[in-house]
Design a protein around this ligand. Structure first.
Ligand code: NAD
Length: 479
């Protein structure tokens, strides 16, 4: 493992590494050591524009290739990711802070699988269908601007560009400025896979500079955005000027509803794990645990026992269960939320705002707070290792609390019977609900209700986002 800092001096535009125009760079820090691990160029509006025009020029030829040819490119990229999986996992463990063991599976294994899966989805897709005297065909939407966050960086990039490319779209990616190293490696892999120039482009940089060009440019037909609800609103406003399609994958404040007939130990353990994944920096993390008031004390003790297993440590230490947060800014934001919770009278079940005893790194103690449904922490997305526990009186109140935020991304219901859980799950205004610990399914639609967004990712649902409909009418032949 190298601890020296890597200097990336180029963007990837029109099939080439193009030296950055501006001397300005953006630093990337190792979340566990706080050392500088890389710099990437701060892209300019002109570079973003050049990438958009390259994608536009490449569109016609790429979109008219046989689906099988495009799918075969995706298979090559999947193989390229697998070949460099350890290097990618190390980079993401350092730039994001997720423990390496987990980063291998979740941050790299997942994306490699999705590249291959989207190739299969496109091969099996029904591209046209007769409807009366019409032939309804599906066509790629065009040039897609992709803007991604830092928390599962390679996954979020993959879930946009793999389906867009195989659909026949060309893309310009602006990865997160906080964790861009994996994106640079992916661009190298895509280059080696031999995609035609202009089909995939990457410009590093800041949202308000590079990202806003993608949101506003009339030659961008669709903007696919994953990030905060705040930035999602901003890009939607900008994109409305050119009436482009906007797919938004935004924040969350998902509830784990534990019903009174649930196996409490399994439910609490499952909820704590689903909250703490990636140190709570997961958009669909189950960050609110709703428990029957009569079982609050029991749940409290079980939560303390479950959290004790989440030992914090540097991401490259194989024994770490929980890494640091991504940055000092994120750590300070999360500590601010913990302090607010305590000021508002939270029952501190575990953790707190005191710094853990670590030599370096953006660490926060895994924290569990018992709060009221009216408290600030019942509403705000914290994006750190903080679980709130809220007591409810009856099932109707549990559903009301679960549905009472601006978000609706993930969630869970725990019950002694799947049937009972399903009944409650159907009442939740959210895009996904895990029933009694049901695992993630990469082919099931993932996306939000309400201010968690309007897009869907994964499998055929994520693929269709990048397609248009065209209806071709034929004159019916005389009987
Ligand atoms: P962020 O909104 O700060 O940044 C996300 C991306 O948007 C970055 O690339 C950033 O540079 C860019 N951006 C910021 N301002 C912009 C602007 N004005 N114009 C264009 N682009 C702009 O979010 P973040 O801190 O990187 O990520 C955390 C957030 O992302 C959380 O709210 C989390 O819930 C959300 N998220 C959602 C999903 C999902 O699938 N729903 C997945 C992961 C993360």
């Amino acid at each position: 493992m190298t601890t020296s800092s890597t200097v990336y001096a180029s963007h990837y535009i029109n099939g080439q590494w193009v030296k950055a125009q501006s001397p300005e760079t953006l630093p990337v820090y190792d979340s566990s050591t706080e050392a500088l691990m890389a710099t990437v160029p701060a892209g300019t509006a002109a570079e973003a524009e050049a990438a958009v025009l390259a994608a536009r020029s490449a569109f016609e030829a790429w979109s008219t290739l046989p689906v099988e040819t495009r799918a075969a490119y995706l298979d090559k990229v999947a193989a390229g990711i697998k070949a460099r999986s350890e290097e990618l996992a190390l980079a993401i463990a350092r730039e994001v802070g997720m423990p390496l063991k987990m980063a291998r599976a979740v941050q790299v294994g997942g994306p490699a699988w999705h590249w291959g899966n989207f190739a299969k989805v496109a091969r099996n897709f029904e591209w046209e269908k007769k409807v009366g005297n019409s032939l309804v065909v599906r066509e790629p939407i065009g040039v897609v601007g992709c803007i991604t966050p830092w928390n599962f960086p390679l996954s979020q990039i993959t879930l946009k560009i793999a389906p867009a490319l195989v659909a026949g779209c060309t893309v310009v990616l602006k990865p997160s400025e906080i964790a861009p190293v994996n994106a640079m490696m992916l661009a190298q892999i895509i280059h080696e896979a031999g995609l035609p120039p202009g089909v995939f482009n990457l410009v590093n940089g800041l949202g308000p500079v590079v990202g806003e060009v993608l949101a506003t440019h009339p030659e961008v037909d669709m903007l696919s955005f994953t990030g905060s609800t705040r930035a999602g609103k901003r890009v939607s406003e900008l994109a409305s000027q050119s009436v482009k399609r906007v797919a938004l994958e935004l924040g969350g404040k998902s509830a784990s509803v534990i019903l009174d007939d649930a196996n409490l130990e399994a439910a609490v353990k499952g909820t704590v794990s689903a909250c703490m994944l990636n140190s709570g920096q997961t958009c669909s993390a189950h960050t609110r645990m709703l428990v029957p008031a009569s079982r609050y004390n029991e749940a409290r003790a079980l939560a303390q026992a479950a959290i004790a297993k989440f030992s914090i440590g540097p991401s490259l230490d194989e024994s770490s269960k929980l890494g640091p947060l991504v940055s000092s800014a994120q750590r300070d934001r999360v500590l601010g939320f913990i302090r607010t919770g305590i000021e508002e009278g939270a029952d501190v079940i575990a953790g707190g705002a005191e710094a853990p005893a670590m030599a370096s790194g953006y660490f926060v103690q895994p924290t569990i707070l018992g709060i009221k449904a009216s408290d600030t922490l019942a509403q705000e997305e914290i994006f750190g290792p903080v679980l709130v526990v809220i007591a409810y009186q009856d099932e109707d109140e549990a559903v009301r609390i679960a549905n009472s935020t601006i978000y609706g991304l993930g969630g869970a219901v725990w019950s002694g019977s799947d049937e009972h859980a399903l009944k409650v799950a159907r009442r939740l205004r959210t895009g996904q609900v895990d029933i009694n610990g049901g695992p993630f399914n990469g082919n099931a639609p993932f996306g939000g209700y309400k201010q968690s967004g309007n897009g869907r990712e994964n499998g055929v649902y994520g693929f269709e986002e990048f397609l248009e409909f065209k209806a071709l009418q034929f004159k019916p032949s005389p009987a």
